[in-house]
Design a protein around this ligand. Structure first.
Ligand code: SAM
Length: 360
């Protein structure tokens, strides 16, 4: 039976192999499922337990448990959380460090493996999730891992309107899918970030979604072969073109962006759109319009394209076939199914020379 010390040693060790990291996370999942009674499940049946909230979908406890298996995501976030707590301990030396973990799921995966590295009293931990069943599971795990002496409280509620009684030093929230679609990461961030202590740390520190032209099948084939894709090199070689930053979610700016949101013609709330013109390139037909997501969890702890399920590319079918000179606007829609929406704008430039190359 895996203990927290062994688990966190493996997860935090930069020299651990992928197989060692997977084994450690599998052992963690196994013990959590045995104790908490929730089996990871990504299948359709798991969706039945989703909570359809006004700001997005809160995936079911079984599906949230399945997130552990997104190895690189779990490892990068756990390392980020550890580094952030250490940074917070240095900043707030009088202690204890107050942590709010929103959307903890049934295993509190991003924090629980680390708790054995801290003395009781060093941290005050608040766990929040919409699913009571997940909190019940975490309660059982706290006992099973012998963490009863730590100050840990559990609250059932919606992180999109939850008000914390004070200003946490660290806030953790990973309620997202690729391209910030479906789950309420934006609204959770907009609600919680203003509640952070002024010198506190919000994890993730940044989520950037870029609209690009890419040779998606080629890129996917390379990833499948095990090649590491370097987006800068792809861009320099003209194999990928960056059209625009669709959204850069920075916690300190999220509430302001939300306040500036307006209703579109269908009555849906959307952030200020960005306007894009499809560039002129001879080989436009070789490319797919794609949204790429990058997540900076904390400092150097980042997830780049293809590295995890939450940073997989998303093809924008609304833009195909690609038309040189077409004007369109791209806006992030809030509401019960957050997503990017693309709307053509009249006045596309018919005079563009579609044979001219696009400069990287
Ligand atoms: C993607 S899972 C992540 C689970 C876990 N934190 C992890 O990283 O493995 C998202 C979790 O956030 C919860 N959640 C999503 N939206 C929420 C909201 N608005 N309020 C509270 N919990 C929410 C879901 O119930 C789910 O447990």
């Amino acid at each position: 039976m895996i203990g927290l010390k062994q688990l966190s040693d493996t997860l935090l060790n930069e020299a651990s192999s992928l197989a060692q990291l997977r084994d450690a996370l599998n052992a963690f999942t196994q013990r959590c499922s045995d104790v908490g009674g929730i089996l990871p499940d990504r299948s359709f049946n798991a969706w039945a337990g989703d909570a359809l909230l006004k700001n997005g979908v809160a995936i079911s406890p079984a599906a949230a448990a399945h997130c552990v298996n997104d190895t690189q995501r779990s490892v990068v976030f756990i390392r980020a959380v550890y580094a952030a707590i250490k940074a917070a301990q240095a900043r707030f030396a009088q202690g204890p460090v107050e942590i709010l973990y929103a959307g903890c799921g049934p295993f509190a995966t991003l924090l629980l493996p680390l708790l054995g590295r801290f003395e009781a009293g060093e941290l005050t931990v608040h766990l929040l999730d919409i699913h009571q069943r997940s909190l019940d599971s975490v309660g059982l795990l706290i006992n099973d891992f012998g963490l009863q002496a730590h100050h840990i409280s559990c609250t059932q509620g919606d992180a999109c309107d939850y008000q914390h009684p004070n200003h946490p030093h660290v806030i953790i929230a990973e309620t997202m899918q690729k391209s910030l679609e479906q789950e309420p990461q934006f609204a959770v961030t907009a609600n919680l970030a203003p509640q952070l202590h002024p010198q506190g740390i919000f994890i993730p520190q940044q989520v950037e979604v870029d609209l690009c032209l890419a040779r998606l099948n080629e890129e996917r084939a390379a990833v499948k072969r095990g090649d590491t894709l370097d987006s800068d090199a792809l861009i320099a070689d003209g194999k990928r073109h960056r059209l625009a930053t669709a959204l850069c979610l920075i916690p300190e700016q999220a509430a302001t962006l939300q306040q500036q949101a307006s209703r579109n013609s269908a009555g849906l709330l959307e952030l200020n759109p960005i306007h894009v013109t499809m560039p002129v390139t001879a080989d436009l037909t070789d490319f797919d319009p794609v949204l790429f997501t990058r997540v900076q969890a904390f400092e150097q702890h980042q997830l780049i394209d293809y590295e995890s399920e939450i940073t997989l590319p998303l093809r924008c079918t609304e833009l195909t076939p690609l038309r040189a000179g077409e004007h369109f606007k791209l806006s992030f829609q809030l509401g019960n199914y957050p997503k990017f929406a693309i709307t053509p704008v009249d006045g596309g430039d018919d005079s563009v020379d579609s044979r001219a190359p696009l400069t990287p």
